[in-house]
Design a protein around this ligand. Structure first.
Ligand SMILES: NC(=O)c1ccc[n+]([C@@H]2O[C@H](COP(=O)([O-])OP(=O)(O)OC[C@H]3O[C@@H](n4cnc5c(N)ncnc54)[C@H](O)[C@@H]3O)[C@@H](O)[C@H]2O)c1
Ligand SMILES: [Zn+2]
Length: 359
């Protein structure tokens, strides 16, 4: 097992990464000073697969756990679900110091985080992420949210967990598409902040894709470490943390224009290639670096070209984005792999040119 620290003064916490960790969560939370009741929030799919080991560990550590179940899917990351969970937590007599454990992917993590941040004005939150995306990205950093109306993540809070436990054994049951979805964010982290990780991925990404434990552990530890450092530098996303949006300007637009038939990671992959090409056209990034990025994304099984979507729909989605001002749009650009910066000065015409060519 390896441990990464998120340094946030009195809100600091550890991320533990390794195999076979589910049953150790109980003793660790106990070690943080919590005891008595515990609430586990999970989805139906993950419950069947992983609740038993987590619960056994909680019980062994003296907790009396209550499991609350949500159907899987983004549609349940809602105020309605949160409302139901508040009711079930009151019925279970959850108190100020009752730990609430999110067992699942990013949907469960964001939803549980939101509920933990607001129930009794905040109860201890433990993240136990079970998708690759959640282990490398969403469980770290304290962004919690629910969707509302047609808007994603529009209601939420910054609320840090007291611990994150990423058991890589849980990734074995993910579909190939879910693994690729997570790898997109791994490649993003490497591209913006860690050339060594990028070189490692260039040589070993197939092993991660095939879920070989050693490669998975390396990838999760390295990406979680990048995210931990960026969060420590900018907890509330007011500056440096914004580089984590690399690939997301075009990515979000492509995702929306596809009517969400593309997965987030696939859309971000397309967006990363677009942002790299834009960087290259602006004379910032070498062509060979763009080629290496494209190669890694391809090896991960991710798309690198804009699918046959009307480019008008993509631009329409982009112009609704708050990052666009007049004909200028905010982008995360690359000077080289591992060196990203924010630019408010990308010409929309160049974006259109690159996106149309990429189709
Ligand atoms: N808070 C943040 O900083 C942040 C960052 C990125 C994304 N997000 C959010 O994360 C969400 C996406 O997360 P996700 O990609 O993990 O999706 P998800 O939580 O919907 O999980 C994907 C699917 O995999 C299933 N699943 C989960 N773990 C499994 C396992 N080990 N084996 C088999 N199946 C499993 C789930 O039941 C679900 O059907 C979005 O709502 C997004 O907004 C948040
Ligand atoms: Zn993303």
């Amino acid at each position: 097992m390896r441990t990464i620290k998120v340094e946030l003064a009195e809100r600091s916490y550890e991320i533990r990464v390794g195999a076979g960790l589910l049953s150790r969560v109980g003793p660790w939370i106990n070690g943080l000073g919590f005891s008595g009741k515990a609430v586990v929030i999970t989805d139906t799919t993950v419950k069947k697969l992983y609740a038993a080991s987590l619960l056994a560990g909680l019980e062994r550590a003296g907790f009396t756990p209550t499991v609350l179940e949500v159907p899987p899917g983004e549609a349940y990351k809602s105020l309605e679900t949160a409302g139901r969970l508040y009711g079930e937590m009151t019925a279970a007599r959850a108190e100020r110091l009752t730990p609430v454990i999110a067992l699942g992917g990013g949907v469960i993590g964001d939803l549980t985080g939101f509920v933990a941040a607001t129930y009794l004005r905040g109860v201890p939150l433990v993240q136990v992420p079970t998708t690759l995306l959640a282990q490398v990205d969403s469980s770290i950093g304290g962004k919690t949210a629910i969707d509302h109306g047609r808007l994603k993540n529009i209601v939420g809070a910054f609320y840090q967990p007291v611990q994150v436990v990423a058991d890589i054994d849980t990734l074995k049951t993910l579909s190939e598409a879910e693994v690729a979805n997570g790898l997109a964010e791994v490649i993003k982290s490497a591209a913006v902040g860690d050339r060594d990780l990028f070189d490692y991925l260039y040589l070993n990404i197939e092993q991660a894709k095939e879920l070989r434990p050693a490669a998975l552990e390396n990838v999760v530890v390295a990406s979680a470490g990048i995210k931990a450092d960026i969060v420590a530098a900018d907890e509330r996303d007011e500056g440096p943390r914004e580089v984590l949006n690399y690939g997301h300007t075009v990515g979000h637009a492509v995702e929306a224009a596809s009517g969400f038939s593309l997965k987030h990671g696939q859309a971000v992959s397309i967006g990363m290639v677009a942002a790299a090409r834009i960087s290259q056209r602006m004379g910032l990034l070498k062509e060979s670096e763009v080629a290496r990025l494209v190669a890694v994304l391809r090896k991960a099984g991710l798309p690198v070209a804009v699918p046959s979507l009307a480019s008008a729909d993509i631009f329409e989605a982009m112009s609704r984005d708050k990052k666009v001002r007049r004909d200028r749009v905010r982008f995360v650009l690359l000077r080289s792999i591992g060196d990203a910066f924010i630019s408010d000065d990308v010409d929309m015409a160049l974006v259109e040119e690159v996106v149309s060519e990429q189709g």
